[in-house]
Design a protein around this ligand. Structure first.
Ligand SMILES: [Zn+2]
Length: 449
């Protein structure tokens, strides 16, 4: 969530100390991942049985006790309460744990490492090469997986061009551990409406998005980003967020309606979907008018806009974690915006908005905060723990168009499974202490004792 400049320098940031950070904070993956990767190259699909003491499958209203999950290769074959393990099948004993579907975060930036201030952001684009940022991106993907996120939608590279496609490909090829990814590549804003800004006109500095102007320019940019591997198109609907006398959070809209509609139309024509960064009410209204599929952030949602989002069937991705994290450092309206979003969240919940879990990880440093904290905010803001878990599993699976493949623990789905020691229905913060991670039948972490 890059914002306009003018924020005071509050922290020196981690940029200067990045080498030190790198050396000390990379999470430890169990050695099993490497071993299993080697096994997965064998011809015959491996069979594994998981004994789940308590299974929250993502679909049922209540947990299933003593379930046996049979896995063959990368898929779940069956889920049966009380079943015994067939002969010759390896058993993973999670009988004392709570087993859940792998988590999904639909708003991340693996190529970014915190941008509380404009200086944090600029330093990454100006002082780090794209190859270096891609290495950190692979590390961040591994952190996400270690925290139980088996799938992410990465919503733009912030000046790192198409490096998200490379991180995604390296993970898909088994070269580095990480979640499944859908990626948005460069994102779009009109000329001059996204950093880097404020440098001498004599300097050619990188830009955090692709500058796109005019209807034909919009269509061409969609085609170009699609050509280089974008699964999603993302654009910045607004900037300059401010409160007016009506108490509503307003903003300046970036694209003309014709341009925004051209982006959405061309993207849909190519069979893809659009995510729009919309913080103020004007930006949200413009995004909905253009027909975007997901509203990102949405702090300024009013009653009328909540009704409109329901009517259009769009998803809302609140990214509360980043807002709460950057507010103290950014000052200004940001604290008020966090409070405003809480009210919008509670109203949206009552009105049946499809809320999908997204954190804006990368907007905060991947090494400082576990993105699973988002679940905690959703419960604090009024969801039941089960609703919060669904917003981070089955709901985003639907948003990604992968409902038939993931999001729940059931026969036919990918074996993307996590486990925690306690009961997240009693204490949602359990999901911030993931002890077991399996993605596509491969175990990446098992600290369950
Ligand atoms: Zn973002």
């Amino acid at each position: 969530m890059k914002i306009s400049r003018n924020w005071p320098i509050v922290i020196a940031g981690c940029v200067a100390g990045l080498a030190v950070c790198l050396a000390t904070v990379a999470p430890t993956m169990s050695g099993q991942a490497k071993a299993k990767d080697a096994v997965s190259k064998d011809a015959a699909p491996k069979k594994i049985a998981i004994r789940a003491g308590r299974l929250i499958d993502g679909k049922s209203d209540t947990p299933v006790t003593n379930a046996l999950i049979l896995i063959e290769g990368d898929k779940i074959v069956s889920v049966t309460p009380g079943a015994s393990v067939p002969a010759g099948v390896e058993v993973i004993d999670l009988s004392k744990a709570t087993v859940l579907p792998g988590f999904v975060d639909v708003h991340t930036h693996v190529l970014l490492n915190g941008d509380i201030t404009a200086e944090d952001y600029d330093a990454q684009l100006l002082k780090q090469s794209i190859p270096y940022r891609a290495i950190l991106g692979a590390r961040n993907a591994r952190i996400a997986l270690d925290h139980g996120f088996t799938t992410i939608r990465d919503l733009e590279t912030e000046g790192a061009m198409y490096a998200d496609v490379d991180v995604k490909t390296a993970i898909a090829n088994g070269e580095v551990p990480g979640p499944r990814m859908q990626v948005a590549t460069r994102a779009m804003a009109p000329t001059g409406m996204y950093p880097l800004l404020g440098y001498s006109w004599e300097l050619k500095v990188p830009t955090g998005v692709q500058y796109v102007d005019g209807v034909e320019g919009a269509r061409k940019a969609v085609r170009e980003q699609s050509m280089y591997g974008a699964d999603w198109i993302k654009y910045y609907s607004d900037r300059k967020y401010h409160f007016e006398a009506d108490g509503v959070l307003h903003s300046m809209v970036n694209f003309t309606d014709e341009e925004a509609k051209a982006i959405v139309d061309e993207t849909h024509r190519l069979g893809k979907k659009v995510a729009a960064h919309c913080i103020g009410s004007d930006g949200i209204a413009a995004g909905l008018r253009a027909g975007v599929d997901t509203i990102e952030h949405g702090d300024g949602l009013t009653d009328a806009l909540i009704d409109e989002i329901v009517k259009k069937g769009a998803y809302w991705v609140p990214t509360i974690t980043v807002g709460a994290y950057v507010a103290p450092g950014r000052g200004g309206n940001w604290t008020k915006m966090v409070d405003l979003e809480k009210v919008a969240f509670q109203k949206s919940l009552k009105k049946g908005v499809k809320i999908a879990l997204g954190t804006d990880a990368g907007g905060f440093d991947w090494k400082e905060l576990n993105q699973a904290k988002e679940f905690e905010y959703y419960v604090e803001y009024g969801m039941t723990p089960m609703q919060a878990i669904r917003s981070g599993t089955v709901v985003p699976a639907e948003l990604l168009g992968w409902s038939d493949k993931m999001g729940s623990v059931e026969a036919g789905k990918w074996a993307d499974i996590v486990a925690v020691s306690g009961d997240p229905l009693k204490d949602i913060t359990e999901v911030e202490r993931v002890k077991f991670v399996m993605k596509g039948g491969t175990v990446y972490k098992n600290d369950v004792h």
